[in-house]
Design a protein around this ligand. Sequence first.
Ligand SMILES: NC(=O)c1ccc[n+]([C@@H]2O[C@H](COP(=O)([O-])OP(=O)(O)OC[C@H]3O[C@@H](n4cnc5c(N)ncnc54)[C@H](OP(=O)(O)O)[C@@H]3O)[C@@H](O)[C@H]2O)c1
Length: 388
Amino acid sequence: MDMANSETTPKKLGLLIGGSGLIGGYLLHYFKDKTPEIDLRSPNSKKLSLRELDDIISYFKRQKPAFVINTAITTLRSDALLSYEVNYLGSINVARAALALNIPYIHISSAATMPAGEDLTEEDHLPLSPAMSNYAKSKLMTEMTLKHMHEKHGLQYTLIRLGIVYGAHDHKIQGFNRLLYNIVDRALPFMLTKKGVKFSYSNASKLPYFVHHILDNREEFSGQHFHFVDPEPVELAKLILTIKSSLKLKTPREIYVPYRLAKSGINFMNGVIKLFNRLGYKASVPAEMIFLENFYKTQTLSCDKLKKSSFVDPNPDATIFTELPSFIEYYTARWGHLNILSSFSSKDFGGEQPMSPEKMAAEEFLHSPKQLLEATQKDGISPLEEIL
Ligand SMILES: NC(=O)c1ccc[n+]([C@@H]2O[C@H](COP(=O)([O-])OP(=O)(O)OC[C@H]3O[C@@H](n4cnc5c(N)ncnc54)[C@H](OP(=O)(O)O)[C@@H]3O)[C@@H](O)[C@H]2O)c1
């Protein structure tokens, strides 16, 4: 891009809702680095809450964005009201704002809206039913209403369905990270799946390229749903065993627990936890356990429609397996620093490492705070010249 031009032409203003989340973080980073012509803003949920219609109205009125991307969701465990208000009603109100300004709306959805099965297409979805989890129900209702708004009012939207997302810098322990965490923390003694059960995975670092491409090619993508997943589905058991062998762990043992037994185990744990909670100890079974049944049934998403589109994969060789070593390194270090691993120490992973300067500082902070204070006061408190 011509630099002189980029300085004089006003930037295109985009709104991202959910920028502090896993997917939103990748989008913010991408648009900051790679698109000088776009100013992607992401107010946090205290400034713009999807639960507050007034927040939505006043933000759109004030800023008049040229497009909006919605990656926000409430936590998986949320009750019916919060799931309904944030995931469904909030998303629809944002779409109504996009409709009023006649701007593109990009919405992120999930494979939770679909049944088990292989090579599922964008047309496949579960029947809407009261028995669905709050999360799946709210995501499916949004998919349905956005389609209806396109047909009835011409909403320019694109809906992207993701499989199991993998990416770094996720500050919650959910989805793929929950699996990794449980293996690292040795909280998965046996295999809670069946041999041969496969899933589709979505690479969070590639998604921003697709979103950018959609914005540049509105005609082709408007009013459409797309699966954004890696072409090759992955067997869950193979992934678990690969993580286990990378970490040189003994668990999970290759014993496949049948679904009924696993379900009774979880029910039993729920009972024990309820009892402990009554006694004042706060604990809970991971939110993913609502999807336990899904660990036993293949669900793979077709990406034929994506392949046939004009989008070109920026890194076709990347898969969950190529990214795994860096995730393991990043997350084991992070969880170690946060002191949330009950049974894992850095010594378990690749042996004793030489002490880095950060580690040395942490050791000093732990054992010799006086020396650290003196050293900092001697050499580390002058004005930050770099700013000047
Ligand atoms: N991660 C996965 O494995 C996965 C798999 C399939 C599909 N997806 C889909 O991908 C999208 C992004 O998921 P994610 O994993 O990135 O989610 P996430 O990390 O949990 O982030 C959720 C975001 O939503 C925001 N948020 C929550 N309540 C809000 C409210 N009332 N108003 C406005 N913002 C609110 C949060 O902001 P604050 O922190 O400011 O509250 C946060 O930025 C979702 O649509 C999800 O369904 C994710």
